[in-house]
Design a binder for this molecule. Sequence first.
Ligand SMILES: [Zn+2]
Ligand SMILES: [Zn+2]
Length: 452
Amino acid sequence: MSGCLCLPKKKEAAGKPSVDVPASSLLQKQKPTQPPPPPPSKSKSKGMDAVERLKNGFAQFKAEVYDKKPELFEPLKAGQAPKYMVFACADSRVCPSVTLGLQPGEAFTIRNIAAMVPAYDKTRYAGIGSAIEYAVCALKVQVLVVIGHSKCGGIRALNSLKDGTPDTFHFVEDWVRIGNPAKKKVQTECASLSFDDQCYALEKEAVNTSLENLKTYPFVKEGLANGTLKLVGGHYDFVSGKFDTWEPKTDMDAVGRLKSGFEQFKITVYDKKPELFEPLKSGQTPRYMVFACADSRVCPSVTLRLQPGEAFTIRNIAAMVPAYDKNRYAGVGSAIEYAVCALKVEVIVVIGHSKCGGIKALLTLQDGAPDTFHFVEDWVRIGYVAKKKVQTICASLSVDDQCSALEKEAVNTSLENLKTYPFVKEGLANGTLKLVGGHYDFVKGVFTTWQP
Ligand SMILES: [Zn+2]
Ligand SMILES: [Zn+2]
């Protein structure tokens, strides 16, 4: 076993036997020689209950933003027409709504470990496939942006994976291996660099791999050929406070918007709050793991005022959590595993929302009819149990009212599915983990929470 890359967390937490495997730097949140980072982002330190914290955040957002800007929120009640689809890491420090100042309605947002986009694979990656398909074919987004970031735990995990050694996690290695082509390139071209410098290069190179992978989706390929779609790579460096973008065929307007959003964030937030951002440069200790829909109107950093460092955040179509399935759902699985076993989050929150396109798609699916999409139906069927329940109990309601009921019931299905992950089950049994359901109604301006 390598001495320097010690694992501060017990492997058994992942529900796997502790075999003698080389320790990876995956779980290393800071160098052992450094003192543990202060946890400024944990409101726990202020003694506030975890659910109260969410409610307070929403009340603040409601009073200071939602109620004050009807010109922004009224049109969004009818629908979303985001210009961007953004892929960002689930890392609690890098929400693009915060760092790029993206407003409600502007960006359909996917967040997963290391902002990775796998190549087209109908069997294994319906989560991300359905999101890309929905964004490109239904929402007609114009720009796909993949954003890497400094000190990315997923990228470190990828760079430290040894070829041929057995996986120590259920999902994590499998997921980050999507970036293998980038890793090979960096290890060849940057062989003389230190591990940390290789990681920095890999943060950007993995974005290039994701951009290449995007081109394997037929609807993306078509949009690129038609000129209706653009690809942009980005990298947010929160240590030096920089944001880079690149891509040969770039629409300057679209990129300019991102750059000016970042400049504003840098001047008005990042530079003004060193007490918040300095400790986050050495690691993250988020209290929450949040699942929210990719919908451009529902970013939880905005609606719940979650601060950088507070919430490890996954965003996908309809905020769905599938049951444990190593072969089909490494994207979500790796994120839950990392959040629970490595980051030791205390609360997992699944948040549905009003007028959810994914939920409507689920409700209107006809049993036995052939799928018309590559991925979408397949993904939303994760909520099938909830659908059957709503259709039975609310049979007399209109489709719209059934949708409202299903938005909440699908959250319950996801909460149930969470319990199928051995590390979640263990955390619940130990009392170290709590599950919370939530629903954001942007038509009425209401946020509801409940505990299963
Ligand atoms: Zn990351
Ligand atoms: Zn939605």
